[in-house]
Design a protein around this ligand. Structure first.
Ligand code: AMP
Ligand code: ZN
Length: 201
């Protein structure tokens, strides 16, 4: 019986085994949306939750209440919703004026229900462990919220990344997102990232 790991390696299950939709790890965000401990804020259209395995000091997810599973489902009729999600993301980021944030979507998400990442760019977290984690936020695998909106406006849909493109981005060298430092492994990258933390305070 095969097992599969999410990007986090945190939820392990057998993707081949039919499970109740809400029971599979890939649907964990739907559970968190209803959990008062995860909930940050909500309105009639969206819910903001704390990322359960944050990859930075501040890491939130904005999800639509409508059942949109991923970027693939997006059409022009969703533009207003995406703009609203972007505005909420900007407002959350603006509460922390000393920090920089990345607002965007993973090109290929591991969790179901569309979710916009709002993540501080310190990347200072014990949950940030793997090259995949790093490259999923620092390469073109991370599609900025405003680019998703612009692409949807222009093309009427979001073109998916091919498996080859996706693999290439995930296998990219470990480049620091703030300087030209190139790390040979994750521990070295994480040690290096601490040198940029001083700049936050
Ligand atoms: P992705 O689908 O790759 O865009 O990312 C999914 C995000 O959801 C990751 O940042 C995970 O840390 C986070 N995550 C995984 N399971 C849960 C959960 N049950 N509740 C909240 N966040 C989660
Ligand atoms: Zn650096």
């Amino acid at each position: 019986m095969g097992t599969k790991r999410s990007h986090d390696g945190s939820n392990v299950s057998d993707p081949e085994t039919p499970e109740k939709k809400s029971g599979h790890w890939a649907f964990g965000l739907l559970t968190s949306m209803k959990d008062p401990k995860s909930l940050v804020e909500e309105d009639t259209k969206i819910v903001v939750i704390k990322d359960k395995y944050p990859k930075a000091e501040l890491h939130y997810l904005i999800l639509p209440k409508d059942d949109i599973s991923s970027l693939k489902q997006l059409r022009k009729c969703h533009l207003e919703l995406l703009k609203h999600m972007d505005q909420v993301a900007e407002r959350i980021a603006s509460k922390h004026p000393k920090r920089k944030f990345r607002l965007g979507y993973h090109a290929v998400a591991s969790m179901s229900r569309l979710h916009l990442h709002v993540i501080s760019d310190d990347f200072n977290s014990s949950c940030l462990k793997t090259k995949k984690h790093w490259n999923s936020f620092t390469t073109e695998f991370f599609i900025q919220s405003k680019k998703v909106i612009a692409d949807l406006q222009e093309f009427g849909k979001i073109s998916p990344l091919s498996k080859d493109e996706s693999k290439k981005l995930m296998d990219s060298p470990l480049c620091c997102h703030k300087c030209s430092f190139l790390a040979t492994n994750m521990p070295k990258l994480k040690t290096h990232l601490l040198t940029h933390l001083k700049e936050v305070d």
